[in-house]
Design a binder for this molecule. Structure first.
Ligand code: AMP
Length: 307
């Protein structure tokens, strides 16, 4: 019998897949599932059919695959290579805002060459999560005609791969980065000036993340402010930006439309998914999250924003 054709993917997500060791003032966890692609795919899977593109080593245990399968996103683009999986460790200071990286072990991630399975190539939405800009370009070249492409980046790439990063920025619709990265990349202190400069490099939208203070979407003719959902306690902020972006892109992909209203709604939903994520380490909270809990918090958050 011929094998069934895989369901088409609406949103392709490429990024890191790693095992993280995280220390907060309250607790420490070793080798928990992390990486930008893990967080973004998990978040997106609440809204749309996402397909992961990444790499793991032969040490990546069945338990971790089980967690991925629980979310139901497509794993065909996840390569398994001889060697150890990417590992990262970091420690949070008492305020949970400042984070110090203790170590980064690239392992199989050092040789990663993203390859999109055939049924990913016509996906209308693409999220290039945090990986080397050269790899982001490689993925862009493999997609037929995506309708909307967003990309994330980090200080490391601004320092060591600026030329490639600028090539990526020229080819995307939305660039997302945090406020210190936006300042670093543009040399502008005021975020509004930084965003204006970045808009001049090509993208129609710049989404600047401000941690517990929310996020701002700068477009050519509008600016939109989204606060973070207020939480009593944050247990682990790792992956907040990636779950925000995954929820945002997943929600956009589900609606299929890209306009100001759709972007604003997607930001609200992204904030809510990120707020659940930081309530526990790794993907522990998202694994338990029920769609009705998500819907309830979206409703509650909307009420907080009404004027
Ligand atoms: P965030 O909290 O949004 O900065 O994302 C944290 C995730 O990024 C962790 O799960 C890490 O595994 C991953 N990460 C850390 N350093 C890197 C890097 N150099 N490249 C790609 N991913 C990384």
């Amino acid at each position: 019998m011929p094998s069934p054709r895989p369901a088409p993917v609406q949103l392709v997500i490429v990024g890191s897949v790693g095992l993280d060791t995280i220390e907060t003032p309250a607790a420490k966890r070793t080798d928990v599932l992390g990486g930008s692609a893990s967080y973004a795919c998990a978040a997106a899977s609440f809204f749309t059919r996402a397909g992961m593109v990444g790499v793991v080593g032969t040490d990546f245990g069945e338990d971790y695959f089980g967690i991925y399968r629980g979310f139901g996103f497509d794993l065909e683009g996840l390569q398994i290579r001889e060697g150890r999986t990417f590992r990262w460790s970091g420690v949070y200071e008492a305020n949970m805002d400042n984070r110090r990286t203790l170590s980064t072990e690239l392992n199989v991630f050092a040789e990663f060459m993203p390859e999109l399975p055939r049924h990913y190539r016509s996906a209308p939405f693409l999220f290039l999560a945090n990986i080397a800009p050269a790899l982001q370009l490689r993925v862009l070249d493999q997609l037929r005609r995506p309708r909307f492409v967003a990309a994330d980046t980090m200080d490391l790439w601004i320092n060591v791969a600026l030329a490639d990063l600028k090539k990526v920025i020229r080819r995307i619709d939305l660039l997302t980065l945090n406020e210190s990265e936006a300042r670093h990349l543009t040399g502008e202190r005021a975020l509004i000036k930084a965003a204006r400069k970045l808009l001049g490099w090509g993208p129609k939208h710049i989404l600047i993340k401000k941690g517990e203070h929310g996020a701002v979407l700068f477009s050519r003719r509008s600016t939109f402010l989204m606060p973070a959902y207020p939480l009593e306690e944050v247990h682990d902020p790792t992956g907040a930006g990636d779950t925000f972006a995954g929820g945002f892109m997943g929600h956009l992909a589900a609606g299929g439309q890209v306009n100001e209203t759709a972007l604003r709604r997607a930001m609200l939903v992204g904030s809510v998914v990120a707020s659940f994520n930081v309530e526990a380490f790794s993907l522990d909270r998202l694994r338990k999250l029920k769609p009705r809990e998500l819907a309830r918090r979206v409703k509650e958050f909307k009420a907080m924003l009404r004027v």
